[in-house]
Design a protein around this ligand. Structure first.
Ligand SMILES: Nc1ncnc2c1ncn2[C@@H]1O[C@H](COP(=O)(O)OP(=O)(O)OP(=O)(O)O)[C@@H](O)[C@H]1O
Length: 280
């Protein structure tokens, strides 16, 4: 898949393949399929060790929340997963995706990011039409007919629950969308690259409560087809939408378990203190 020089499969349909390469990983005594896992991951900004222990396995078609206080290393971890820290930090250790260590030098990072997409805290639509926001990244790299592009735009906007609101104004500037709509558009743009995994860094922190609730519903729909890893400061959000939760503290994963266990019976006192607001 992502080794340099090998071709990507054409973006022909918009439901990711049902995991052609399967990982089976022992998690909570049952067998679960792992979409991505880290081994011995450490991240340094200069001399500063920002992530020292962060070995996690992410189950396919589930939502995993990364929680923890400000500065605990959540974003550092998340950004490392699709090499957004390249050139910014020194990331050592392995990130295993479909049997490949995607943290190794011979990986085509640009291509890998088609499989592991990222959406940031603030929606960042291009100063282009709604339609072009989705098609631009595709047409830059490949050839598509107008019909194919139309289909991609419709499918991804439907998946991101934005189609009904914008279908009659696809030529309108994306900059005129509301914050919630713009965040959905950015999700649609990420989906157009047909990723397996979506990394979301506090994606709803800039949204009002109604848009945020709609956004959560969208994520619950999307996990039928995508593996989602989300950094959130919102404990209720983590409890509502995620299957698994990892609690970060001072650059370490302190506890990682099913969300309902983390929020009802955490094993570590620090986790309990954090989720109950007695942190300090
Ligand atoms: N680009 C950078 N250069 C240097 N240090 C950084 C950089 N980015 C993050 N750090 C440091 O790494 C540590 C972890 O930061 P990180 O942003 O990963 O935490 P976080 O848990 O995501 O915090 P927040 O919830 O506030 O976003 C912090 O001490 C932070 O100051």
């Amino acid at each position: 898949m992502t080794k340099k020089g090998q071709d990507l499969k054409p973006v022909s349909d918009f439901i990711p393949d049902k995991a052609p390469d399967r990982f089976i990983y022992q998690m909570n005594e049952d067998k679960h399929e792992v979409a991505l896992k880290t081994e011995g991951l450490q991240v340094r900004y200069g001399d500063k060790l920002a992530l020292s222990e962060g070995d996690l396995s992410f189950e396919r078609y589930k939502i995993t929340s990364l929680i923890g206080a400000s500065g605990s290393g959540k974003s550092t971890f998340l950004r490392s997963l699709n090499r957004m820290n390249d050139g910014v930090a020194n990331v050592s250790g392995k990130i295993i995706y479909r049997d490949l260590d995607i943290n190794s030098k011979d990986i085509d990072v640009y291509e890998m990011r088609r499989h592991i997409g990222m959406v940031f805290q603030r929606p960042n639509p291009f100063a282009k039409s709604i339609y072009e926001n989705i098609t631009f990244p595709l047409t830059r790299r490949g050839k598509y007919t107008k019909n194919q592009l139309d289909e991609i735009v419709e499918t991804t906007l439907k998946q991101a629950a934005l189609w009904d609101q914008v279908k009659d104004e696809l030529d309108k500037s994306a900059l005129a969308l509301s914050g919630g709509q713009a965040q959905r558009l950015v999700i649609a743009r990420a989906l157009a690259l047909k990723p397996d995994i979506l990394l979301l860094d506090e994606p709803s922190s800039a949204l009002d409560p109604i848009s945020s609730a709609q956004f959560e519903e969208t994520l619950l729909e999307l996990k039928k087809y995508y593996t989602i890893i989300i950094v959130t400061h919102n404990m209720q959000q983590a409890a509502r939408i995620s299957d698994y939760t990892a609690f970060f503290h001072q650059g370490k994963v302190i506890e990682y378990d099913l969300t309902r266990k983390i929020f009802t019976r955490p094993k570590v006192k620090l986790t309990n203190d954090y989720i109950s607001g007695n942190f300090g």
